[in-house]
Write a protein that binds this ligand. Structure first.
Ligand SMILES: Nc1ncnc2c1ncn2[C@@H]1O[C@H](COP(=O)(O)OP(=O)(O)O)[C@@H](O)[C@H]1O
Ligand SMILES: [Mg+2]
Length: 306
């Protein structure tokens, strides 16, 4: 059984704005899934529907096989949510906040569990501090502790590292991996491609309410990626030699670079290329290859749709 199963999901807000269109998505148990998309794409709407905060206009969502609207209490206890907007003005202490959240989902008190959660998040010495006195990074960690207080199987993190410094971002990534290793299914949204590239097992790309692609991260990079082989010329070339016209080569850097672009999934015969250059007495002093990053792939995907 999948952790989350979404079918035909649609959302039209009261304003008339259509935020989601016919979304089908399966999240596997134990994976880290990154939902990637520009601002306004519908990521938060999707998460809020799964967590029962927003009602869908069409379709259904199951969490561990239970319908999130009809069996709200059951599904909500399986799910933890770290919302995009942090509630940060609370007078309550860290301990009270996390402990209270556990009770809300019907879990019996377990001070030892809460204690271990706080220490995993480096919050142990802040247990008595009021939330409002904490730094932004600390507040974010409290929100994570709060989301995990009732020991959910599935954790949603909505833009967990937006506006977070590099060091805390690395801490968060390490924490997510630890949770995954403990068997927690993790779904995060992000508009940082680097984060998806670093963290995700699978990636979904959403653009203007439509889920345009769901793919294993490595496959995505291989399938859609481009490679570029750049040869450094010993002497500048005035133009691409006619004899090599079939290869679609380009000249760069005032004729001192010969650039060969090809699909990353295609295997090419570099030694044949080198022989053909030698036959034409074209000498090169260096060569390097470049593989497109997820960032380039993503920009390409989303801009194609405009
Ligand atoms: N309560 C709402 N009423 C009307 N429109 C909304 C509401 N919430 C979000 N939207 C709109 O729906 C679209 C998707 O928003 P959101 O799900 O927050 O996107 P994301 O999280 O990907 O940035 C945006 O155009 C946003 O302005
Ligand atoms: Mg959002």
């Amino acid at each position: 059984m999948n952790a989350i199963s979404i079918g035909g999901l649609g959302k039209r807000y009261a304003s008339g704005h259509v935020a989601l269109r016919d979304v089908d998505l399966q999240i596997r148990k134990g994976e880290i899934f990154a939902l990637l998309g520009p601002n306004g794409a519908g990521k938060t709407t999707l998460i809020n529907i799964v967590c029962g905060i927003v009602t869908p206009s069409a379709g259904h969502v199951l969490a561990n096989g239970h319908d999130v609207t009809r069996e709200y209490r059951t599904t909500r206890s399986i799910i933890g949510l770290v919302p995009q907007e942090l509630a940060t003005d609370s007078f309550e202490s860290v301990w009270a906040t996390v402990n209270h959240s556990r009770g809300l989902f019907g879990r019996p008190p377990n001070p030892r569990y809460v204690e271990s959660l706080l220490s995993q998040l480096s919050l142990a010495d802040k247990r008595n501090a009021r939330i409002m006195t904490l730094s932004g990074g600390m507040k974010r960690r409290v929100m994570i502790a709060k989301a995990l207080a009732h020991e959910p199987d599935i954790l949603f993190l909505d833009e967990p590292t937006a506006g977070v410094d590099v060091e805390l971002r690395r801490d968060m990534w390490a924490l997510m991996r630890r949770l995954r290793d403990q068997g927690v299914t993790i779904i995060l949204t992000t508009h940082y491609i680097e984060e998806a590239e670093e963290m995700a097992d699978r990636i979904g790309v959403i653009d203007r309410g439509t889920l345009i692609l769901v793919e294993d991260k490595r496959t995505l990079i291989e399938k859609l990626g481009k490679k570029r082989l750049t040869l450094q010329m010993r002497a500048p070339l005035p133009s691409v030699p006619r004899e090599l016209a079939d290869l679609g080569l380009e000249l760069g850097a005032d004729g001192t670079e010969l650039v060969f672009s090809y699909e990353a999934s295609r295997s090419i015969d570099i030694s044949a290329l080198v022989r053909r250059l030698a036959d034409l007495s074209i000498e090169f002093s260096d060569m390097h290859t470049h593989q497109s990053s997820l960032e380039e792939i993503f920009v390409n995907l989303v801009s194609k749709r405009t």
